[in-house]
Design a protein around this ligand. Structure first.
Ligand SMILES: [Zn+2]
Length: 566
């Protein structure tokens, strides 16, 4: 799961989540013994598939892999391990030049504190905000030094959702101005639309397309309940990454936006100086769908200095050819991200962010699904690609590169993604996020029935996980996808998987204690691998490739030609 995506979405935690958290008093901070805290490791399984998955998790999440950060030797060692396991599973190399690897070119950027400026001018008065206490510029992948001075326009949440009759840009001219934006999307949007339109990337795309020369994201106290400003500010030296296109420039970097900055809630009212409404009031109106944009009386001066360097990583790609020559150019794609966060800040004497659940486990499950399909007596009709992708934590970059530039000749017709299944309490079911958007839904249900496992609805729909992991790179290309996750129905009445997942998110998610000594239920992992293989077979053997449901938001949005109008 990428940390950035987690921050960019404004969602209210569900009641269920809050109740689960309330039941876990005193768990914030270091892991504390709770009902689902790491206990003695489960005994070795009687199922060889479970043991293979465990061996892979222990290898990929071992300290020798150094946390598998994109662009590091530890990641490359992990990629070599996966390639060897793909070969053992019976796959063929399907990367560049007959290798297992698809090169993924990247840019890496960090801001230089010295160049950071945000000045608000109202008439003869000018106020400079304090860096990083009050504002943080985002890195500029296009220029080492960038500055802009322009009038400001408030564009509410920068949401244009024609299907819902909502347009924050109505009557506004953004050309040559700095757009001042609130996070999130209106409360009455459904979870998927709220998450999609609430993402910072979509907001920046929308204001850049309308001619803005800069953008400022105004924080609110509500935003900072979820992610405190201090944590955002503390992350300012962590590099950002973008794909590096054939022209050497960053992909999705909107060069027309000279500077983009965030302003913390404590200083956001400065942006609205000279008016009669506070940021909190404007944000409340925006959430209620009553927001109206307007020209602000202030001018904004923004500057940022950025250090950009070139970086190369790779996806690991294995192929299982299909059995039907007529369908040889229609690929089913399996993905799981291999990267994690590498070496970071010391927590309780540990600096290696091993990423056992996130996502050594997903890669191991995908590898086992490959082995299941490759060793079956009859091959699926359509070919299958298995891809351990890089740079997911940096914004789904490896999967985006793969979906945009597949190293095979043909069409990608479906994606099955596995990311961070929290299998630390045994369950009776699985969760198939996003299956309900397409004809993959009935295929998943059929596959689950065949295994005697139930399919539960997404327990945290407001988290909108469907737009937040690698499957979304395929969805953006119009390709139906499903994100398989662990279940929520307890198989052991003493241990609730939802509580276990909440405990993990609070204590070990993106921390050094996401490591192989967690009590991972490898039998459930093996079941997920079998389910994934059955779903893949269901897709591969059908006469027609999967389709989006009639009127589905994602199906419709991403089948339109991109234009400034959407
Ligand atoms: Zn993650």
């Amino acid at each position: 799961m990428p940390p950035a995506a987690r921050r960019l979405i404004t969602a209210t935690p569900s009641l269920a989540l809050l109740l689960a958290l309330a039941a876990l008093s005193g768990c914030d901070g270091a892991p504390a013994p709770g009902p689902t805290a790491p206990a003695a490791a489960a005994p070795r399984s009687a199922d060889p598939a479970a043991n293979r998955i465990e061996d892979d998790v222990r290898a990929l999440a071992g300290d020798a892999m150094q946390g598998r950060a994109t662009g590091t030797p530890g990641f490359d060692r992990a990629a070599d391990h996966v390639a060897a396991r793909f070969a053992e599973a019976g796959l063929q190399p399907a990367g560049a030049d007959g290798s297992w690897f698809q090169p993924v070119p990247l840019l890496r950027a960090t801001i230089d504190a010295e160049g950071a400026l945000l000045r608000v001018t109202l008439g003869d008065d000018a106020v400079e905000l304090a860096f990083p206490e009050q504002f943080l510029p985002l890195p500029d992948f296009n220029r080492p030094e960038s500055a802009v001075d322009a009038p400001a326009v408030f564009v509410v949440q920068a949401v244009h959702a024609p299907g819902l009759g909502h347009d924050d840009f109505a009557g506004l001219d953004l050309r040559g101005k700095v757009a001042v934006i609130l996070g999130g999307a209106p409360d009455h949007f459904d979870d998927d639309r709220r998450a999609f339109h609430g993402s910072l990337a979509e907001k920046l795309r929308a204001v850049a397309a309308r001619g803005a020369v800069g953008a400022v994201l105004a924080g609110t106290a509500d935003d900072e309940v979820r992610t405190p400003w201090a944590r955002i500010a503390a992350d300012r030296d962590r590099p950002s990454m973008r794909l590096r296109g054939e022209d050497g420039r960053g992909v999705d970097t909107w060069p027309g936006l000279q500077v983009v900055a965030r302003v913390g809630a404590a200083a956001a009212d400065t942006l609205f100086a000279g008016g009669d409404r506070s940021t909190a009031r404007l944000a409340a109106d925006a959430r209620a769908g009553r927001g109206r944009g307007f020209d602000l009386p202030v001018r904004l001066s923004l500057a940022v200095w950025t250090r950009v360097d070139v970086l190369d990583s790779r996806n690991v790609v294995g192929l299982l050819p299909g059995s039907d020559p007529a369908l040889a150019h229609e690929y089913v794609v399996h993905t799981a991200h291999l990267d994690h966060l590498g070496i970071g800040a010391d927590v309780d004497g540990d600096r290696v962010y091993n990423g056992a659940l996130d996502n050594a486990l997903g890669v191991a499950i995908m590898t086992e699904a490959a082995r299941t399909l490759a060793s079956a007596s009859g091959r699926p009709r359509r070919p299958q690609l298995f891809v351990a992708v890089t740079a997911e934590e940096q914004g789904l970059l490896g999967s985006q590169w793969f979906a945009d530039r597949p190293p095979v000749d043909g069409a990608l017709v479906a994606n099955i993604n596995i990311d961070m299944p929290v299998l630390t309490a045994p369950s009776r079911d699985v969760v198939a996020i996003g299956a309900g958007h397409s004809s993959l839904g009935p295929i998943v249900d059929e596959a689950a029935r065949g295994l005697g496992v139930r399919v539960s609805p997404d327990p945290f729909p407001e988290e909108a996980a469907f737009v937040r992991s690698d499957q979304f790179s395929f969805v953006r290309r119009g390709i139906p996808a499903v994100y398989l996750d662990g279940g929520v129905e307890p198989a052991d009445p003493e241990r609730d998987p939802r509580v276990a997942a909440t405990w993990f998110m609070r204590n070990c998610y993106h921390r050094p204690c996401d490591q192989a000594d967690l009590p991972i239920h490898y039998d459930d992992a093996a079941r997920l691998a079998r389910l994934s293989a059955r779903i893949a077979r269901g897709i591969a053997d059908a006469d027609a490739p999967p389709t989006w449901n009639e009127g589905d938001f994602f199906g419709e949005w991403f089948s339109r030609p991109p234009s400034t109008g959407r």
